[in-house]
Design a protein around this ligand. Structure first.
Ligand code: ZN
Length: 128
């Protein structure tokens, strides 16, 4: 029985993963609904999202909207948003609210990708 290759102890790998996530953590999230910027948010542990380096999420202090940001390659972020939507069920909608109050659905290949984390340093997906 061969032993699987190991890179450090589980503790070391966990510390490395935490350091990587902390480096990706944005200074603030911006609510896609009311544009409130807030710094009170959590690092979400979301396994099974290939290409995603980190996920951050919090509740908007102004309107209670859930704001979720995926960090990773743009195409991976698009895939992650779809996976996230499926995970939450049919009622979940990813997208953002337009200025006149309409819900603009997330479209992987549309212009909405610009708000889906493709811009480095900018908060990405908004979850309603
Ligand atoms: Zn808000």
């Amino acid at each position: 029985m061969g032993e699987a290759k190991r890179r450090g102890t589980p503790e070391e790998r966990a510390a490395q993963a935490r350091a990587k996530v902390e480096a990706l953590r944005p200074a603030q999230l911006v609510c896609g609904h009311c544009k409130t910027a807030f710094k009170q948010f959590d690092t979400l542990n979301v396994p099974g999202l290939p290409g995603i380096d980190a996920v951050f999420g919090g509740e908007c202090p102004s309107c209670g909207n859930d704001v979720v940001v995926f960090k990773g390659a743009p195409e991976a972020v698009a895939q992650a948003m779809i996976a996230w939507e499926k995970m939450l069920g049919a009622d979940a909608q990813l997208g953002y609210q337009s200025s006149d109050g309409r819900h603009v659905p997330f479209e992987p290949e549309g212009s909405a990708a610009e708000t889906a984390g493709a811009v480095p340093g900018k908060p990405g997906g908004t979850l309603h």
